[in-house]
Design a binder for this molecule. Sequence first.
Ligand code: IMP
Length: 440
Amino acid sequence: MKKTTQQKPAKTGRGKKNIVIIGAQWGDEGKAKMVDVLTEQVDIVARYQGGSNAGHTVVTGGKKFVFHQIPSGILHTGKKCVIGNGVVLDPVALLGEMESLVKAGVRVRDRLIISDRAHLLMPYHRLLDGASEIRKGSGKIGTTNRGIGPAYMDKMARVGLKVIDFYEPSYFRQKVREVVKEKNFWLKNYYGQKTVNADQVVDQYLKLAPKIKPLVADTTQYLEKKLSSGENILAEGAQGTLLDVDFGTYPYVTSSSASVGGVSTGLGIGPQWLDEIYGVAKAYTTRVGEGPFPSEMDEVFSEKIRHRGGEYGATTGRPRRCGWIDLVALKYACRINGFTGILLTKVDVLSYLKTIKLCVAYKVNGKRVNEFPAGLQQLSRCKPVYKEMKGWDGDLTKASKLSDLPAEARRYLDEMERSIGVPLSWISVGPDRSQIFQNH
Ligand code: IMP
């Protein structure tokens, strides 16, 4: 058979693997640090879903960077970064992020490529996100208030505007006017909020359009060309599998595909390109926003872990809810994504605890449940079944190999690995780029 450009060159021939990084829990697993570390092995880093709801923190040389839309790989000079079509792009926030990176001495302009197919996050999306949360009251989702849900709603409802539409100003104006009519109806009559002026929105946005124009391209073509010529990519996911719109704890989820399927739809590359699919998981569990969380700790313990682990949202500053590792949920994430390895973070945070718990199953009305349930009601009824293990003392932040960890910590990791059946490929023991080691 004739080889087409669509076919993946043999992995073994080049030895350059394409890598996917996916959150294996409810987000905030430490993906950005893993992206930062693994960027050294790739040529291009590409974001494929989400938007400015993400808060990806990288600490390097004592300096802290928080990325919302720009791939965390931007800190590596010489690597290209792509914002894929699956991202909802907030141009105001993007330009702000670019500016602060430039101020910090990071070259951005000739290294960032933005998909012409990405949907634009408009000012009315933010207003609708906030208004909808207020209206829901105690039943709110607990969103990041960045307009993400309403932007994806418009995309699916086929009334969204894409980056490419920026460059057809009269079409852009006409579409915004049409859409704003409906948005204002909802804002005023259903939510009782202030309305927006379509022409002001258009004027504001069309002023931004030229600033990002040099970065805009057909990223599907760009990636295909690069992959075919032997360059490799790292696909950087945002949020996590349990926040995925299909597989997460719906409706307490984000509005995009945060699991592996999102890579192909969000970058326009076939799944045959994906080699290593890494799930990033914390050694315990956290979540921000509302929704069921079977292995959630009591507030006293939660506060202890929150304090030690600095568990506050990187985008909203909200305190994260903390819980024990949930192996039912983690196994589910491994199955949904086909993880080839787990990158385990924040093991150091669990030091100095007498006992460590692992949620190994759930119980519903006295019956043991081993599978992560599909429905919110079912999950809300799940009570955790814990296996307890002896904790360990000592500062783990200087460990550079598995044998540097106390025996109890190694036993904890062994138990986790045995239970999920996926290797713990990397172990992270602190926030800095250097505080990590490869395990398998
Ligand atoms: P949205 O993505 O802003 O619509 O928020 C929906 C849910 O996803 C809320 O529970 C948020 O707290 C959660 N979420 C969104 N982005 C992140 C993230 O980057 N880390 C953790 N949770 C997130």
